[in-house]
Design a binder for this molecule. Sequence first.
Ligand code: AP5
Ligand code: MG
Ligand code: ZN
Length: 217
Amino acid sequence: MNLIMLGLPGAGKGTQADKISSKYEIPHISTGNIFRNAIKNETSLGKKAKKIIDSGSLVPDEITNNIVQERLQEDDCKQGFILDGFPRTINQAEALEHFMDNMDKKLELAIYINVARDELIKRLTMRRTCKNCGAVYHLEHNPPEKKGICDKCGGKLIQRSDDKKEVVLQRLKVNEEKLKRLIDFYDKRDKLAKINSNAGIDEVFKEIDRILKEKIL
Ligand code: AP5
Ligand code: MG
Ligand code: ZN
């Protein structure tokens, strides 16, 4: 099962991709997490990406396309994968189509999570992320058992540097127009599933799971 998650920053792409990944045992590939790991490890990619991410802009397509192409060639992607945060531009969507064709892989579905803008801002400014493993929490909707501590690994929970209000607004601005074009791209190929997500995390997952069973499984 080869899937893509589409949605503006804060829509719940990572949260839902994690659940799909656990249930269907396919790797969750988040380009944002790949960049954040590179930043943490101070690699040359991390040094390039840090300034871009902290300003709310996008990493150049050539860099991101190469990373995803290499990642999809790894063994764990043979049974499928779920991409989160990629593609984000038409150039990336075309590149993905091209390298999936070359690998004889077929995209099953692009799952678009649609959330009202005000709600996105609340989700992002109240999000907390594990510094160690990247697990995602929300102060109200998905709090950790112990305040400030990750349930999964005991790591410290921090606010992502790009979750400050001014960067959040910039990220929304950068992504809104691009997302519309991506929705159109996958709709034309009859691969789009739209989910209205003003419901809670578990209800949204139930709806996604229902659609997966109806359309793919
Ligand atoms: P990335 O990490 O992908 O950030 P993003 O797209 O801005 O998305 P987020 O991770 O902020 O949101 P999400 O949709 O995953 O929501 P989440 O599940 O956490 O990318 C970061 C940066 O890297 C980019 O800005 C760019 O610079 C660069 N980059 C990455 N990919 C790139 C690419 N392809 N090309 C170029 N540059 C790239 O949920 C948000 C919060 O809401 C959480 O607190 C969660 O607990 C809560 N929540 C989730 N669902 C619900 C719900 N249903 N009800 C209530 N609360 C909920
Ligand atoms: Mg995410
Ligand atoms: Zn953790």
